[in-house]
Every structure is written in structure tokens, then in C-alpha cells.
Design a protein. Structure first.
Length: 245
């Protein structure tokens, strides 16, 4: 899959993407990442990418033409069909299912804004969708683009190997994770749950499902309301609630 990011801070995007899972995917060419700087598509003496908002008000707005030319360059550089996404607080909130859909694309063009945003005509004319990280404010779209790239890259075939398919097929889909432990077995009288040392795989699986259900019930009841539980899951959750009491 190919990502093209439109950004005034290309180094920030390239450097962050080199780390970890995304870096490995770029290295082995599962992912292609290109960053296009709107400043390279300016033709005035000061390479102006922003201007004052019509109607007044504080801050600056990114100009249409450098953004449009950068997106055009990103499209012209590939032969595949692409989707252009503008990252902004006004966008559709990102979800795993939105990202899963996007992971089927061959080219995703991500536009990272700065300042107070971009000329509205760029969104209307050049962008297919608008995505948000959620209801809080960050300083620009670069971190949002990196989050999208990271989350989608994890979904691509062969990137996480068998870990991925195991987790994705998992019945714990749509639930919070169960608790994890590693050595040592005891930290100042705080022991690892016995069942995890028992070697009884069926019991361990049940305990983990019960914990995942219980934690979701405790911390994110909104997630639980969206799910339909199997009879077995209902039983495990009921048991968790009794144990809490
Ligand atoms: C809502 C704040 N705006 C009020 C005047 C100004 C403003 C601040 C920061 C407008 C844009 C930005 C930059 N934000 C992003 O580029 C951004 C973002 C975000 O701030 N929150 C959630 N998701 C995203 S995706 C891109």
C-alpha cells in the first residue's frame, strides 16, 4: 500500500514513520511512503503557503493552490486509484472499522493541515473524506497522518505475521484487552493469577475472556452495549460481576 502525505513538515513524518512496525513495512516495501511539501509548489519570492482569513479573525489559513498542486503531484506520481483524506477536527472520528476499510486501498493521500486550517474550497474540490482523531485539539495534521499510517500498516497482510491473524480472528474483538503478566511470578506479595501458571489452556482462555468482558464492562460500558455476547460470554461476565462483589 502506498501513503502520500501532504505536509509542511516532511521530516517529522518521514522520521517518525521509520520507527518500529511502520519502519519495517517501509523497509520491506509492503508500504511506500512519500511526503509532498506544499511549499515546493509555491512560486512567489517568500514561498507563501498561508494567508489571512477573509472576514478577519486570528491565525492564518493554508492557501488553495500549493495544496492543490501538491495533491496533483502525488496523484500524478502513481498509476493507481487514490482517496484523498483531509485530517481535521471537523472530520469523521477514526474507528478500527474505518481503518480496516481504508487498508483495502492501494493509495491513500493524507493531507496534514497547519495553522487554523485550509481554504474550504480545497476540502470541497480536492478531498474525498475528512477524518478526525477525536474531540481534542492538536497543533497540526502530521501526528494524525502518522496515526492513520501506523494503524493501517498493522492491518496489511504479512506485516504482523501470525500475531495479527490470531488477534484479529479473536473472539475478544470489540473488547478491551485482558491483563498480561510476565516474570517475575511475584512482586512484593503481588502474585500472578494461579490459572496463568496452571498450563490448562482452556481455563486460561476462559479466564482471559472473562477479564476482557469484565474490564470492558467496568471501563467502557459503551463498547459492551454495541456487542452481542454469546451465551458463554454472558455466563463469564455474570461470574466476573459476582467476583467483584
Ligand atoms: C478546534 C480548534 N480550532 C479553533 C479555532 C483551531 C484549530 C486548532 C488546531 C484548528 C486546527 C488545528 C489543527 N488540528 C489538526 O490538524 C487535526 C486534529 C485535531 O486538532 N483534533 C483531532 N483530530 C485532528 S486531525 C487533524
Amino acid at each position: 500500500m502506498r501513503f502520500d502525505v501532504i505536509s509542511l513538515f516532511p521530516d517529522m513524518v518521514q522520521q517518525a514513520a521509520r520507527v518500529g512496525v511502520t519502519g519495517k513495512a517501509i523497509e520491506n516495501e509492503t508500504v511506500i511512503l512519500n511526503v509532498w511539501n506544499p511549499r515546493d509548489y509555491t512560486y512567489d519570492k517568500h514561498n507563501t503557503v498561508d494567508d489571512r482569513p477573509f472576514g478577519g479573525g486570528q491565525g492564518m489559513v493554508m492557501k488553495y493552490q500549493p495544496l492543490h498542486d501538491a495533491v496533483t503531484a502525488a496523484k500524478a506520481d502513481s498509476f493507481c486509484e487514490s482517496k484523498v483524506v483531509y485530517l481535521s477536527p471537523q472530520g469523521k472520528p477514526l474507528t478500527q472499522s474505518l481503518l480496516q476499510e481504508a487498508s483495502k486501498l492501494s493509495q491513500l493521500i493524507l493531507v496534514a493541515g497547519r495553522y487554523e486550517g485550509v481554504d474550504e474550497r480545497f476540502i470541497a474540490r480536492d478531498c474525498d473524506e475528512e477524518w478526525s482523531l477525536g474531540d481534542y485539539v492538536i497543533s497540526g495534521g502530521e501526528l494524525a497522518a502518522l496515526i492513520v499510517i501506523d494503524a493501517i500498516t498493522r492491518l496489511l497482510p504479512n506485516v504482523l505475521g501470525n500475531v495479527q491473524s490470531a488477534l484479529q480472528d479473536s473472539h475478544s474483538d470489540g473488547l478491551l484487552d485482558y491483563p498480561q503478566f510476565t516474570r517475575p511470578e511475584c512482586i512484593e506479595n503481588e502474585a500472578v493469577p494461579d490459572v496463568l501458571l496452571s498450563g490448562h489452556h482452556k481455563d486460561i482462555e476462559q479466564w482471559r475472556m472473562k477479564q476482557a468482558l469484565g474490564r470492558t464492562w467496568q471501563k467502557r460500558p459503551d463498547l459492551l452495549k454495541k456487542k452481542t455476547l454469546s451465551a458463554e460470554q454472558e455466563r463469564l461476565l455474570a461470574q466476573f460481576k459476582v467476583d467483584v462483589d
